[in-house]
Ligand binder design. Structure first.
Ligand code: SF4
Ligand code: SF4
Ligand code: FES
Length: 539
């Protein structure tokens, strides 16, 4: 059925898509509060509590929580129906706030709470639990049953990522449908019947698909929790900042949940044009990279090789294809001058033709534009984009492992191969490298080819094999530490906000380039921004 129909919900008229159910139609209009995995509170929204319905899964109609009163055109008396499985029709009147609706919801809540353990104080879901929320709104304050509650399995590891508390399960079947309909892996099922029904994995089939952690977002109660976030923080102590996952070119939308200036977890943020309501497990766990031990926090400058270095040591360094001397932490001014004093004579004696620039798909649009402007002002035309390639799948994961591949190409960074050929041919004396993707199977298999270059400068978030040959390395910000934009594989430009402060010496690529431009006297290289604040203390 196609076309639009007029319905009235709580006295407000809406034009909705014909052939949809009440919940689907309101969700598509963006007026439905609590849209499944994410609680959305809309001041003018329609609140219809629901457990089993989810906008990206098939309709189950099992929890009965979404009951509303409807009156079809021409009907005298309203009737109670479930909003998730009742189609809209021209002239349909929906009431979500009548006494009969409240009574029906109370009845559902009473049934759900008959067997639910009273362990909210020690449940990891407390604070973001739909059972808790609706119990406050629709629950009764005493139990009419005297029988003891069901005893079921506790703390079951369903696979490497998810822990299951069977007693807390309200059998909404979201997790089961996700594994059947979204990943197609079908590890979960409902076993037994009636009041003995339980969710279990099939024997010998652990829950270990690459999207397994989404079931914890889907579970409206504390039955499914991730091993990663379990008992790590109380959710009311977290601040949520919208951002994106930078693990691949998809750029899944996420919430970064932050406490004590540390990102505690990523959760998928709904964006139907990018990732729906899902994200992959690898991307979800990539928040751990932000505070990883090998994060760079200071500029590194290579000291010249000691005059007294033994012949054996020199031979050893050569054999390992490392630049001579060692990288040591240095102040920003020293690092800038170390680069400028290497580039000046090269520019004077050989010109910009011996300089090359490699961009990164991890850098933001703003940093890539600054890098391109910097290279243009220097008159460097040997430029390329290094991208790490990996596995892809049919759901979200893309082969290009960087959030801004499309952005870098749009700025003007093309194929890396000509740059690599030029390096191999001896036509490059100085190389400026954003990110760590240059050294790898897709571009340069190892750093040995760069060991003889006059100047290698890196801009990176983490330590990398480039350090073996770099003369200067600048520590740059992770996407969670900056306000910037990234263009995903579909060409959608997505902005992120600064969620955590990096240590004070960690800046954006554009800020380092601005200082370098000043040191080289590049009058045409315009400053692009004031650096965002960082933490004064060391991490
Ligand atoms: S484990 Fe959670 S998502 Fe799965 S059926 Fe039970 S309550 Fe629903
Ligand atoms: S699909 Fe890509 S962008 Fe999305 S969560 Fe996974 S790694 Fe991150
Ligand atoms: S949400 Fe409608 S029956 Fe569960």
């Amino acid at each position: 059925m196609s076309g639009r129909v007029q319905i009235r919900v709580d006295g407000v008229d809406y034009e909705v898509e014909a052939g949809r159910t009440i919940l689907q139609a309101l969700d598509e209009l963006g007026v439905l509060c609590a849209d499944g995995s994410e609680a959305v509170q809309l001041p003018a929204g329609v609140e219809i509590p629901h457990y089993c319905w989810h906008p990206k899964l098939s309709i189950d109609g099992s929890c009965r929580m979404c009951q509303v009163e409807v009156r079809a055109a021409g009907d005298e008396a309203p009737q109670l129906v479930i909003a998730c499985n009742t189609p809209v029709a021209e002239g349909l009147e929906v009431d979500t706030r009548t006494e009969a609706v409240a009574h029906a919801r109370e009845g559902v809540m009473e049934l759900l709470l008959v067997n639910h353990p009273l362990d909210c104080p020690i449940c990891d879901q407390a604070g973001e639990c739909k059972l808790q929320d609706y119990a406050y709104e629709y629950g009764v304050d005493h139990a009419r049953t005297k029988e003891s509650r069901r005893k079921l399995k506790k703390r079951v590891e369903l696979g490497p990522t998810i822990v299951f508390d069977q007693e807390r399960c309200i059998l909404c079947r979201r997790c089961v449908r996700f594994c059947r309909e979204v990943t197609g892996s079908g590890e979960l099922g409902i076993f037994e019947r009636g009041d003995r029904s339980v969710v279990e994995t099939f024997p010998g089939d652990p829950l270990d698909n690459p999207y397994s952690m989404n079931v914890a977002d889907l579970c409206p109660v504390g039955a499914l929790t991730t091993r990663d976030f379990r008992f790590k923080a109380r959710v009311w102590s977290l601040e949520s900042v919208p951002g994106i996952c930078t693990g691949c070119a998809r750029g899944c939308n996420v919430q970064l949940d932050v406490a004590k200036n540390e990102v505690q977890r990523y959760r998928p943020r709904r964006n139907d044009a990018v990732n729906g309501t899902w994200m992959c497990d690898a991307g979800r766990l990539s928040y751990q990279d932000i505070a990883r031990e090998d994060r760079l926090s200071h500029c590194l400058v290579r000291t010249s090789a000691s005059a007294s270095a033994s012949a054996e040591a020199e031979a050893e360094a050569e054999a390992e294809a490392e630049a001579e001397g060692e990288l040591r932490p240095a102040p920003l001014e020293e690092a800038i001058e170390a680069v400028a004093s290497r580039l000046r004579p090269l520019l004077e004696e050989k010109g910009p033709g011996v300089i090359a620039g490699v961009a990164s798909a991890h850098a933001s649009n703003e940093d890539l534009r600054a890098f391109k402007t910097f290279l243009d002002v220097l008159d460097v035309d040997s430029i390329g984009l290094a991208v790490e390639l990996g596995k892809s799948d049919d759901l979200l994961v893309e082969a290009e492992k960087g959030a801004n591949v499309a952005g870098a190409r749009a700025v003007g960074f093309g194929d890396i191969a000509p740059v690599v050929e030029r390096v191999k041919g001896g036509g490059v004396d100085a190389l400026l490298v954003l990110g760590h993707d240059l050294i790898g199977p897709q571009a340069l298999p190892d750093s040995a080819l760069l060991a003889g270059l006059d100047t290698v400068v890196g801009f990176d978030t983490h330590r990398s094999p480039l350090e073996r040959v770099a003369h200067v390395v600048f520590p740059v910000r992770h996407a969670a530490e900056k306000s910037a934009s990234y263009t995903n594989s579909a060409g959608i430009v997505q902005s992120v906000q600064q969620a955590v402060l990096p240590s004070a010496g960690v800046l954006d690529e554009r800020d380092f380039l601005q200082r370098l431009g000043e040191a080289l006297g590049l009058a045409a290289y315009l400053p692009v921004s004031e650096p965002e604040p960082g933490r004064e203390e060391a991490p």
